[in-house]
Design a protein around this ligand. Structure first.
Ligand SMILES: *Cc1c(COP(=O)(O)O)cnc(C)c1O
Length: 396
C-alpha cells in the first residue's frame, strides 16, 4: 500500500527564471493550459490547431504551409529536421561553436550522414568564410547552423551562410530555439529550408513543443527519400497528414500544450515582433551596462552578442556554485552555469521573452552586487545607475 497523504500538493514557489531556459511563463499561458482537455480530432481543437499554425507562421515570418509544433522539446525539433532530411551517406555540413552544434553533429553521425564539421571557438560566431571553405569542392545536401548558441551567448548571422547554401544547392537548416521571438529570424527573407525552435525560451511557454517549418524544397527532399524516415514518431510525412487537411490520426497531440503555445503566440502577436525584439535589445544593453560598470566583463565580443543570453565572466575570487546558490536561495533567481570548456568560467544570464524586463535586470544586478560583496569580491559601485541610464536614454 502507498500512503497518498505522504505526498503534498505541488508547490514549487515563484522563481525569476534568468537562465538559459525555461523562462518565466506569463499567467495567461498557464491559465490557457488549464482549459478542459478535449479530443485531438474535436472540431474545436482542429480550429485551435489551424490558428496555432497561423500564429507560428507569423512568428517565423514564413508562408511555409508546413509549419507545426512537433510533440517534444527543442531537441525533438532538431532531431525532426535531421531525421527527415538526412539519409545514410548524405553529405551534411554542420557549424559547431557550442553545445547545440555539437548535438547536431551527433545526430548526423547517428543517421549515418557524411559529416563535415565547421568549427569555431566557443563564444564566437561561425565565420561565413569558414563555411565557404568547407563547402568548396563538395556537394552537401544540407548546411546546418545554430542561430543563437545558448551555451555561449554568441549569435551567428544567417544571411551569408544562406547564400553559400543556395549557391551549393544545399538545404539550409537553422536552429532558432533561443532566437525565435527575441530577435529577427525571418525564415523566408533569409531563405531557410528547415527551421526548428522550442517553446520555453523567448516564446515564454512551458517546455514541451518544438515549432518546426519546412520550405517546399525541404518537403521535396522528404518526398524523394530513398528509404523511410528511421523515426516513426518524428516522420513528418505522416505527422503532416494530421496537421494538414487529411486530419489523419498519427499520435495524440499534447492538447493542453497546444493551448499554451497558442496563447504564448497570441501574446507575441499583441506585442508585435518588432517591439519584442526592441525590448530584448534594450534590456540586454541595460544588463551589460550594469555588469560592466560593476567591473565584470562579457565573454562574447560586442558585435556577436545575443540579446537574450548573456555570458558574463566569473570575476576573480567568486565561487561559481556558491554565487548561483545564493541567487536562488536569497532572491529566487535562477541563472545558468557555463558548459563544456566554459564550465566555471562564465555565468549565463537569460533575458528571454516575458523575463526580458527592467524589473528582472534591476533585481539581478542588485542581487549579484549584494552577493559578491558579501563574498569579499571587489565590485565597483554604479551598476544600477548605469543600467538605469540605458533605460532613461531609450525610453525618456
Ligand atoms: C535549449 C536549446 C535546444 C534544446 O532544447 P530542449 O528543449 O532542451 O530540448 C536546442 N538548441 C538550442 C540553441 C537551445 O538553446
Amino acid at each position: 500500500m502507498i500512503d497518498a497523504n505522504a505526498f503534498r500538493d505541488v508547490d514549487p514557489g515563484q522563481r525569476v527564471l534568468m537562465g538559459p531556459g525555461p523562462s518565466d511563463v506569463p499567467p495567461r499561458v498557464l491559465q490557457a493550459m488549464a482549459a478542459p482537455t478535449i479530443g485531438h480530432l474535436d472540431p474545436r481543437f482542429l480550429a485551435l490547431m489551424d490558428e496555432t499554425q497561423e500564429l507560428l507562421r507569423y512568428v517565423f515570418q514564413t508562408a511555409n504551409e508546413f509549419t507545426i509544433p512537433v510533440s517534444g522539446t527543442g531537441s525533438a525539433g532538431m532531431e525532426t529536421c535531421f531525421v527527415n532530411l538526412v539519409e545514410p551517406g548524405d553529405e551534411v555540413v554542420v557549424c559547431i561553436n557550442g553545445v547545440f552544434g555539437t548535438r547536431m553533429a551527433d545526430i548526423v553521425n547517428r543517421l549515418g550522414g557524411n559529416l563535415v564539421k565547421v568549427e569555431a571557438e566557443w563564444g564566437r560566431a561561425v565565420a561565413p568564410e569558414a563555411v565557404e571553405k568547407a563547402v568548396a569542392g563538395r556537394k552537401p545536401k544540407l548546411i546546418a547552423v545554430v542561430h543563437a548558441e545558448t551555451s555561449t551567448g554568441a549569435c551567428t548571422p544567417l544571411d551569408d551562410i544562406a547564400c553559400i547554401a543556395a549557391d551549393a544547392g544545399a538545404l539550409f537548416l537553422v536552429d532558432t530555439v533561443t532566437s525565435l521571438g527575441g530577435m529577427p529570424v525571418g525564415v523566408d527573407a533569409v531563405g531557410i529550408d528547415a527551421v526548428y525552435s522550442g517553446t520555453q525560451k523567448c516564446l515564454s511557454c512551458p517546455p514541451g513543443l518544438a515549432p518546426v517549418s519546412f520550405s517546399a524544397e525541404a518537403l521535396n527532399a522528404l518526398e524523394s527519400r530513398k528509404a523511410p524516415v528511421v523515426s516513426w514518431y518524428l516522420d513528418m510525412g505522416m505527422v503532416r497528414q494530421y496537421w494538414g487537411g487529411a486530419r489523419k490520426y498519427h499520435h495524440t497531440a499534447p492538447i493542453n500544450m497546444v493551448y499554451a503555445l497558442r496563447e504564448a503566440l497570441r501574446i507575441i502577436a499583441e506585442e508585435g515582433l518588432e517591439a519584442r525584439w526592441a525590448r530584448h535589445l534594450l534590456n540586454h544593453c541595460a544588463l551589460v551596462a550594469g555588469l560592466e560598470a560593476m567591473g565584470l566583463s562579457m565573454l562574447v565580443p560586442e558585435a556577436e552578442r545575443l540579446p537574450m543570453l548573456n555570458a558574463v565572466r566569473i570575476p576573480d575570487g567568486a565561487d561559481d556554485k556558491k554565487v548561483r546558490a545564493a541567487l536562488l536561495a536569497d532572491f529566487g533567481i535562477e541563472i545558468g552555469a557555463g558548459l563544456g570548456p566554459l564550465a566555471g568560467r562564465v555565468w549565463r544570464v537569460g533575458l528571454m521573452g516575458h523575463a526580458a524586463c527592467r524589473r528582472n535586470v534591476t533585481l539581478f544586478l542588485a542581487a549579484l552586487e549584494t552577493i559578491l560583496k558579501a563574498e569579499g569580491v571587489k565590485v565597483n559601485a554604479g551598476g544600477l545607475e548605469a543600467a538605469a541610464a540605458v533605460y532613461g536614454q531609450r525610453t525618456g
